[in-house]
Design a protein. Structure first.
Length: 304
């Protein structure tokens, strides 16, 4: 049989399989349709818009090719935002993973009701969200009547302009983000620890392994899939950080706390430069894809 005949048989086979499972395809169709309309189409539109000089009037856009990208390479504000975003990732993600791992290991030996209490206590800030917590921290960081400066005054120290002085503004954003990002990893790690068979731990105890050895040689290796998921999701989340910056610092002072997503917001909705904002978004998407791919490859091939 020639190649064309083989291809026709494959097409008929696929058509037959589709007819057999058409009800299943109908069930998954709404999800795919929502993905195409609300995810894929906007991404493709943003990529195409990045090659245009476009303001509020999208219909009056002008094709400029890669000019938006070349101008960004010379833009000091973009470079500052890129450095800040990478800094947020390197500070917040490892800190979140380490703290949530420690908390998960501490509450794992506790009873069911006590575990539920601590899981809820750490998860509630995540439910409240960054905007609500930012309002609370605005009071804590207030230079006149804020809690931090009150404690500094009680210790005989001078007040600090937390949100208007570098690098305190950067660290303040990190502190607020850590408040509501720890809860979900704690629950995931605790669920992963609960899924480890007690027989394995008992066998290690019989072989003479102490608590630290069981953690390093058994529990952490078995937590690798959960750890990989937490690292990837937390990295993506921190790369998209902007609401806390908007509420606390507005990107200041002198762009020392600006992130790429906050810069996209400023460029698009304040300066009405949608072409440049789309170019920044495409660059951010590419960075997230590369970083996530590196994480997946490293942790899958690692012996940790």
């Amino acid at each position: 049989m020639d190649k064309s005949g083989t291809d026709m048989n494959k097409i008929r086979s696929l058509a037959s399989e589709f007819r057999k499972g058409w009800t299943g395809y109908l069930f998954i169709a709404p999800g795919y349709l929502a993905f195409i309309i609300f995810m894929l189409a906007p991404i493709l539109f943003a990529i195409s818009l990045s090659f245009y000089k476009a303001s509020f009037d999208i219909n009056a856009r002008q094709f400029v090719g890669f000019q938006q990208y070349t101008l960004l390479l010379k833009d000091s504000v973009f470079k500052r935002a890129l450095i800040n975003t990478i800094g947020y990732v390197f500070v917040i993600v490892p800190t979140t993973v380490i703290i949530s791992l420690i908390v998960a290991f501490l509450i794992d030996p506790l009873g069911g009701k006590t575990q539920a209490f601590f899981r809820g206590a750490f998860y509630i800030p995540g439910v409240a969200g960054g905007v609500v917590l930012s309002v609370v921290y605005l009071w804590i960081f207030n230079p006149t009547y804020g809690l931090l400066n009150y404690l500094l005054g009680q210790a005989g120290m001078k007040p600090v302009m937390w949100l208007a002085t570098a690098p305190y503004s950067f660290l303040a954003v990190c502190a607020v983000v850590l408040t509501f990002t720890i809860g979900q990893p704690v629950i995931l790690f605790q669920a992963g620890l609960a899924g480890i068979s007690q027989d394995i731990l008992d066998a290690a105890t019989v072989d003479g392994a102490n608590a630290l050895q069981k953690v390093l040689s058994i529990r952490l290796p078995l937590l690798r899939p959960v750890l990989l998921f937490v690292l990837a999701t937390q990295t993506i989340q921190v790369f998209q950080l902007w609401e806390v910056i908007y509420m606390l610092t507005g990107g200041g002072p002198y762009n020392t706390s600006t992130s790429l997503v906050f810069l996209i917001f400023q460029t698009a909705f304040i300066n009405s430069n949608y072409g440049k904002a789309s170019a920044i978004g495409v660059i951010l998407m590419f960075i997230i894809m590369v970083v996530t791919f590196i994480q997946l490859r490293f942790w899958r091939n690692s012996d940790i």
